[in-house]
Design a protein. Structure first.
Length: 523
């Protein structure tokens, strides 16, 4: 049995360019701005795509029609333009999340170069309404808002938000609140967020580390990719933040509305942390953390410009250790968006990540470097097999979304990049011969996506763990539907759901090759 991916972009009807009529001052932001959100915004059981493509044209909302065919409905949905009826601001890091708890996915879109960020409420009829004024997000003053992640950090039942602001300057009286952590104060359908970065202990602590070999020196925000995840096994989600120039952070949730910095710099050493993936790759029952970075080929005298490369942090009860070299995932080129996903349905999480940069930095060919498919061999190590799997892509890729777009039980990949002809690629997974189980949770409102819930699936002696996370891969996100590869197992012996509020659901002898939709016990 082999894993095979096919470029299905043309038949999918996905066709667009990425670019800027008004380029941002920082060339870096022009390169990695934009992004993609993946989620079922219209509730028809199919994963849709929202794409921010610079200001060269309208935003795109590709509605999934089934069988990997998409139709752009951004104009009729009300999210095509943000500046005027025919113009766009410059955006990055879109994300779908049900922030008002009414059962459908709302949409956040970040702004760059002081362009405003936006929050669109899903009206449940295929359209969105701009509810940014009065939401609290209209006070957002960061120069750049790159990525967004959502989770219920205070366990009050609604989705809070974390934003990253790479390239934004700090300064007395200017960035004292840092605008990273936003508490959801929505009431009676009126969406409200409050910046609680100071009271939660995120600000000013997030600027404590001195950046190494940075672009702009001290006093600048280098955060890229945020994820709320339960790293120490209590119910309170912690924070993982991939950041540039040796400033990535690991925060433990204290359970009282505050966080403590648990970053161990003898371990967390990704020099250019950019993309992020969180999952239980070794099957030991806790969540591990993969961070993309930069690895260069030694030059003729044996020197390297970028030495550390990707990092894989093994989690043991909330304590992280670096197992990158033994796992074999160090060399990822100039890495960006990443996914943990069982791409071959054998029951182990693999890693896919895209990469690229406009400057080659010879002898490393970052501008034509192949994306990486690190296939797990089930014993904690990985083998890079992108070429054999049909994924040897050489575009300058940045954002990716891993999802079962055609509902056939295996994980496909959408990749946003900088090809001038078509800036998106849909990789269809044509793996066959192995079984699966798709699980979709219907959470207790207002946390209708059940962010923070844990699903455990047991077949034989193997138990797989997945946690519902509404985080970022780097300016991009995966949907919350979970696809478990079952290899040749005809059924799941035990399926357990630990809901965010501590309630549980247990099922036995669940048949494979189906989609299981589970409601919270109190629904």
């Amino acid at each position: 049995m082999s894993t095979l991916f096919v470029d299905a972009t043309e038949e999918a009807g996905i066709q667009y360019q990425h670019g800027y009529l008004n380029p941002p001052d920082l060339k870096d932001l022009e390169e990695f701005g934009g992004g993609v959100a993946a989620g079922d915004y219209d509730g028809d059981g199919l994963v849709d795509l929202f794409i921010a493509r610079g200001d060269i044209g309208p935003n795109l909302l590709y509605r999934n029609l089934g069988n990997n065919v998409f139709e752009d409905v951004a104009m009729s949905a009300g999210v095509a333009h943000t500046k005027s009826s025919s113009e766009n601001y410059r955006h990055s890091g879109p994300a779908f999340a049900d922030v008002d708890g009414d059962g459908d996915l709302d949409l956040f879109v970040g702004g760059i170069e002081f362009d405003p960020s936006f929050l669109f409420r899903n009206e449940g009829d295929g359209t969105f309404t701009d509810v940014t004024p009065g939401s609290g997000l209209d006070t957002l003053g960061a120069r750049y808002t790159v990525s967004a992640g959502f989770g219920d950090y205070d366990l009050d039942g609604d989705l809070d938000m974390f934003l990253t602001h790479w390239g934004t300057e700090d300064g007395p009286g200017v960035r004292s609140h840092t605008e990273h952590l936003w508490r959801n104060d929505t009431r009676d359908g009126n969406i409200r967020f409050a910046d609680v970065s100071v009271e939660a202990g995120i600000a000013p602590d997030i600027f404590n580390d001195e950046p190494v070999a940075s672009s702009f020196g001290d006093g600048v925000d280098y955060t890229f990719t945020p994820t709320f995840a339960r790293m120490n096994d209590d119910r309170y989600p912690d924070l993982l933040i991939a950041a540039d120039f040796l400033t990535s952070k690991f925060y433990i949730n204290n359970g009282d509305g505050t966080f403590r910095d648990a970053t161990d710099r003898s371990v967390i050493q990704d020099r250019n942390g950019m993309g992020s993936a969180v999952g239980d790759y070794d099957g030991d029952g806790d969540l591990d953390w993969f961070v993309t970075s930069i690895w260069s080929v030694p030059d003729e005298v044996g020197e390297q410009i970028f030495e550390l490369g990707n990092r894989l942090y093994l989690n043991t009860g909330g304590e992280l250790s670096d197992v990158t070299e033994s796992a074999g995932v160090q060399d990822g080129g100039w890495g960006w968006g990443a996914c943990f996903a069982d791409l071959d349905n054998d029951g182990d999480l693999d890693i896919y990540h895209t990469n690229g940069w406009w400057v080659p930095f010879e002898p490393s060919n970052f501008h034509v470097d192949e994306s990486r498919f690190f296939q797990s061999d089930g014993n904690g190590t990985f083998l890079e097999v992108s070429e054999g799997a049909g994924l040897a892509d050489t575009e300058r890729g940045y954002a990716i979304a891993c999802a079962d777009f055609d509902n056939d039980g295996d994980m496909d990949i959408f990749q946003a990049h900088r090809n001038e002809t078509n800036a998106g690629t849909l990789w269809r997974n044509d793996t066959s011969g192995r079984r699966y189980l798709r699980v979709e949770l219907n959470g207790l409102p207002p946390n209708t996506e059940a962010a923070g819930a844990r699903i455990r699936v047991t077949t034989g002696e193997r138990t797989q763990l997945r946690e519902i996370m509404i985080g970022s891969n780097f300016t991009s996100q995966n949907p919350t539907v979970q696809v478990f590869g079952l290899d040749d197992a005809a059924e799941v012996e035990v399926l357990e759901v630990e809901w965010p509020d501590g309630e549980s659901t247990t099922m036995r002898d669940v048949a494979s090759d189906q989609t299981l939709r589970l409601d919270h016990p109190r629904l």
